[in-house]
Design a protein around this ligand. Structure first.
Ligand code: 3HC
Length: 351
């Protein structure tokens, strides 16, 4: 494998997604409307104020009144998102000790640490909604809250670490760029930083695959096999088709979400095809073809029955992923206790 000084070309479409993130970074920071004072307004006035803020594409902030259902939906989505970042460290964590070079190991380590950081931004964002973090961990460990389906698939070869990052971090960016404009301020602001970091994650996966696909025949085959394994889980990440999506309509009305699951899936496919061409790899779908009338690629939808099974707990690695998370939480208890004791001492002025 060539390493020194080698760098893959820019993945087509990636710069445009980052430009969209930059464009949203300052959106909604200044809000014309002041928050309504507590106890001074009727429920109808509070609701009208909430709806006006959302309709004006301004941000709802933690200090604001919000409908209970809006709060619940945010807690649901944000905690699932936070859990996905943290449990999502495992499939690639599997390759940290076996990365093929020092450079790849350092890159992968930075990437996996970033995912932990994303989890922390997002757990902090959920806490602004009045939920404590420990209860979220409990819900995850007891299977009452979810994390994204793709995390339950294995990474049997080094190329899987690359394909996972190229495809699922690529899908995560497509999903998260519109979330930078989410109506809930702490979520939107967390997403700006997350998207910028995801862009590096995506790029490093693309780069790793680019090297493999230009290596020996066996390396190219390994890259292609990994892409064959990850294409379906990446497409399924966007969730069920619109007509089966429980939350999309309401979430779009509240501007938590901006697009349907199917619209984002299509955008992802359209971005991936030229990237696969640069990689010299084939996306495993014989139906994939440009449709001039629609202005999009046609493609075969993912297996939604498989998605349902994996989300229900019956994927190849569900038990292992949750078991590892639970064990890490238990074994890390002393670190949390030490941090709390240290913070208490500092508050008392003890050094
Ligand atoms: N995996 C697991 N559950 C899924 C799912 C998936 N791929 N897609 C949908 N679901 C669940 C939903 O959570 C919902 O279940 P619930 O009612 O129990 O909460 C149900 O299926 C119905 O789906 P809906 O379409 O009605 O749900 P949403 O409107 O919430 O849309 C979503 C689903 C698109 C996943 C949305 O919640 C979302 O955008 N979430 C944030 C994205 C996210 O979690 N990103 C994490 C990326 S992980 C990552 O980047 C780490 C990696 O790089 C290592």
């Amino acid at each position: 494998m060539r390493h020194n000084g080698y760098s893959a070309p820019e993945p087509p479409g990636a710069a445009e997604l980052l430009a969209e993130v930059e464009a949203t970074a300052k959106d909604g920071l200044d809000r014309g409307r002041a928050p309504l004072g507590p106890g001074e307004h009727t429920e109808d006035e509070l609701l009208a104020h909430f709806e006006a803020v959302v309709a004006a594409d301004e941000k709802i902030e933690p200090r604001d009144w919000m409908p209970d259902a809006y709060r619940r939906s945010l807690v649901r989505q944000l905690s699932q998102h936070a859990h996905s970042e943290v449990v999502g460290m495992q499939p690639e964590g599997n390759w940290l000790t076996r990365a093929p070079s020092l450079k790849r190991k350092a890159i992968l380590l930075a990437k996996v640490q970033d995912e932990a950081g994303h989890g922390l931004y997002l757990y902090s964002a959920v806490e602004t909604l009045g939920v404590d973090r420990e209860s979220l961990f409990q819900a995850l460990h007891e299977g009452r809250q979810k994390y994204l389906s793709f995390i339950n698939y294995p990474t049997p070869t080094w190329a899987d670490a690359g394909a996972l990052a190229w495809l699922t971090d690529g899908a995560a960016i497509v999903n998260q760029v519109p979330l930078c404009r989410s109506s809930y301020g702490p979520y939107a602001r967390a997403m700006v930083r997350v998207c910028k970091e995801e862009s590096f994650h995506h790029r490093q996966g693309f780069d790793a695959l680019h090297v493999l696909s230009r290596g020996t025949k066996a390396q190219k085959r390994m890259a292609q096999d990994a892409v064959n394994r990850w294409w379906g889980p990446a497409l399924a990440m966007f969730g069920p088709p619109h007509e089966q999506s429980t939350h999309s309509e309401q979430s779009m009305r509240w501007r938590i979400k901006r697009y349907t699951n199917d619209e984002l899936r299509q955008r992802f496919v359209d971005i991936c095809v030229p990237q696969a061409e640069v990689l010299g790899l084939t996306l495993p779908d014989p139906a994939l073809a440009w449709n001039g009338e629609r202005g999009h690629y046609d493609f075969t939808p993912p297996d939604f029955d498989e998605l349902r099974r994996v989300v229900a707990g019956d994927g190849p690695c569900n038990r292992q992923r949750v078991g590892n998370r639970r064990r890490a939480h238990e074994e890390g208890a002393w670190v949390r206790e030490a941090a709390v004791a240290h913070a208490a001492k500092r508050r008392e002025g003890v050094r």
